[in-house]
Structure formats: structure tokens, C-alpha cells
Write a protein that binds this ligand. Structure first.
Ligand SMILES: [Zn+2]
Length: 103
């Protein structure tokens, strides 16, 4: 029996300040490399609109249950019921990407 490797996606949240309020946009990508590219693109767009990017959080989630660990109250078969993210990364505008936790 081999270990089941779940198929995952990267989900990200970009927090920004538009001059009046703090807002956030979200997105998702198939890999961390793609996620970095999407975040870079979105941050460029936000700066062009005059917003300042505060923080970005990216999490690797199970594609099937998206971090819930279950689907319709049954244990997710793809990840075996893992809740939360497999990996989290934070991106701070001046510091770059930083891995925070690996479960
Ligand atoms: Zn799952």
C-alpha cells in the first residue's frame, strides 16, 4: 500500500488598503509557482489602481474538500480527512515569501 498523495490547489488572499478601507481579494492556482505568478499579477494591478498591498496569505488545500476534511459529512477520500492547509505561506511586500507552517 502506497501513501495516498492528495491533489491540491493553492488558495490565496491578498489584503490591501485602498486609501479608505482594508479589503481583500482571493484567488486560486494549481501550484505554488502559479500562485506566486497570480499574486504578483494581482498586486501589480492593485498598485496600479493606487492601493497598497498589506499582506498575502497562501494555503495549499485538498482539491476535493478544500481543507474541510470531509464532503457531505463523510471523510474526504482524497486526503483522508485532513483539515486545514497542508502548507501556508505568507508574502510580505518587503520581505517576500515566507513559509510559516508545514503540517
Ligand atoms: Zn480532502
Amino acid at each position: 500500500m502506497g501513501t495516498l498523495v492528495p491533489i491540491t490547489l493553492w488558495f490565496y488572499i491578498i489584503e490591501f488598503h485602498d486609501g479608505e478601507d482594508v479589503s481583500a481579494i482571493t484567488g486560486e492556482a494549481e501550484s505554488f509557482e502559479e500562485c506566486q505568478a497570480c499574486v504578483q499579477h494581482d498586486c501589480d494591478e492593485l498598485r496600479r489602481e493606487g492601493c497598497s498591498v498589506l499582506q498575502v496569505e497562501a494555503c495549499e488545500l485538498c482539491l476535493e474538500c478544500r481543507g474541510d476534511g470531509q464532503i457531505e459529512s463523510a471523510t474526504c477520500m482524497m486526503c483522508g480527512g485532513q483539515t486545514g492547509s497542508f502548507e501556508s505561506q505568507f508574502f510580505l511586500p518587503r520581505l517576500g515569501w515566507k513559509r510559516l507552517a508545514v503540517r
